[in-house]
Ligand binder design. Structure first.
Ligand code: ADP
Length: 397
């Protein structure tokens, strides 16, 4: 079985064709500048990279180009589109409408439409991608796989905010969480790696990238996560503030003469690591600056590790213990100092990092960083969100 995974953004689109028998990526790539001049497709197959430069006026043009490339004599990997058994689409927000991977039909597309207000930057792009695929491949089975659905198992006391319950009911304002496919992938991979039944494990998964979220996974199910109604919540991130006292936002808006919308932009785009360090949102830049003696870059890094550590501690309490900590995503997989900072001081709780094992060059493999006498296993697991989308799509069909 071959599954095509599509991750559509507003002006970009990424894809992977995955052979489900071996779970190998047969081809992958992406389109850039959809709807803008200078469209470009980069396609990787047979160990080669193929580039096609062509204007892509809309998502339908982008998907057409991708499909042409997949069946192309030179760059292609399949004879015809019939070899694609199904398409899995990444969709960010499921609201409370969908709690699991869902077949794309006229009815479910209608139900998806109103959820765009929960993820205005992401869901409309996914809808464009799905509609484009349906237009070109009307008989192909397709699934929507949501970033939020892994978090649908959170109990109400974990996902509710302390606001009027009627407002929660009416407006669905609650914690949804994000990065669900990643948290799901790494928690399952941890159980497999440790040769344990996931039902017996209490895991904290740290997806640390540009956007970061931390989840508590008990018996394979998410019971809490750090992001909230939007991806602004939780630990401070590249440019996002993370959790902040809302009254401080009102105060700042007044002092700086910002409207509420400008205040939100400030919290989303100019805060976090960038705001605190004044250097960059990128952890590679921050580490280099801190190594060169920049105190604010070091402060931002210290703040990030401290906040992540507090979530690990909170989730140990929520889980009633801890067996495994997993680090994943750009920062989690590549930044030893962050991993050390998160684990530092948790020795009394059975978390003991082997500092020598912690420093290695990311080779895409799973690494166990636990000291021999660590009660809690500390793993780095490269994430693979596309594979989860493909697996979910195959399972649905
Ligand atoms: P997102 O998917 O949220 O955009 P990523 O998971 O790609 O983010 O993480 C990006 C972050 O990972 C950046 O801050 C970057 O500095 C950091 N990082 C550190 N080392 C590397 C590396 N070798 N490759 C990629 N990202 C890295």
């Amino acid at each position: 079985m071959k599954i095509l995974v599509i991750n559509a953004g507003s002006s970009s689109l990424k894809y992977q064709l995955i052979n489900m028998e071996t779970e190998e990526v047969i081809a992958k790539g992406g389109c850039e500048r959809i709807g803008i001049d200078g469209g470009k497709l980069t396609h990787k197959a047979h160990g080669e990279t193929f580039v096609v430069e062509q204007d892509l006026p809309d998502h339908t043009a982008a998907i057409s180009l991708v499909l042409n490339e997949l069946v192309d004599k030179k760059a292609g990997v399949i004879q015809s589109m019939d070899e694609i058994d199904a398409v899995g689409h990444r969709v960010v927000a499921s609201g409370e409408t969908f709690t699991e991977t869902t077949l794309v039909t006229d009815e479910t597309m209608k139900e998806l439409e109103p959820l765009s207000e929960l993820a205005p930057l992401h869901n409309p792009a996914a809808i464009l991608g799905i509609n484009a695929c349906r237009a070109i491949m009307p008989n192909k089975k397709m699934a929507m796989v949501f970033d939020t659905s892994f978090h649908a198992t959170m109990p109400p006391y974990a996902y509710l905010y302390g606001i009027d319950y009627d407002d929660y009911k009416k407006y669905k304002v609650r914690k949804y969480g994000f990065h669900g496919t990643s948290h799901k992938y790494v928690s399952q991979a941890a159980a497999e790696y440790l040769k344990k039944d996931i039902k017996d494990l209490k895991i904290v998964t740290c997806h640390l990238g540009n956007g970061s979220s931390i989840s508590a996974v008990k018996g394979g199910k998410c019971i809490d996560t750090s992001m909230g109604f939007t991806p602004l919540a939780g630990v401070p991130m590249g440019t996002r503030s993370g959790d902040i006292d809302v009254a401080a936002v009102e105060f700042l808006c007044n002092k700086k003469g910002m409207t509420f919308a400008e205040g939100m932009n400030y919290l989303n785009k100019k805060s976090g690591m960038l705001g605190v360090s004044g250097v960059s949102s990128d952890f590679r830049d921050l580490c280099a600056a801190a190594d060169g003696g920049n105190e604010r870059a070091q402060l931002a890094l210290d703040m990030f590790a401290y906040d992540c550590k507090k979530y690990v501690g909170a989730y140990m309490a929520a889980l009633g213990g801890l067996d495994v900590i997993v680090f994943t995503a750009g920062v989690g997989e590549n930044t030893p100092s962050v991993r050390e900072g998160v684990c530092d001081g948790l020795e009394a709780f059975g978390v003991k990092l082997d500092k020598a094992k912690n420093v290695y060059k990311n080779d895409g493999a799973i690494h166990d960083l636990s000291a021999a006498d660590s009660k809690v296993r500390i793993l780095v697991i490269p994430t693979n969100e596309e594979l989860v989308i493909a697996r979910e799509t195959a399972a649905l069909l």
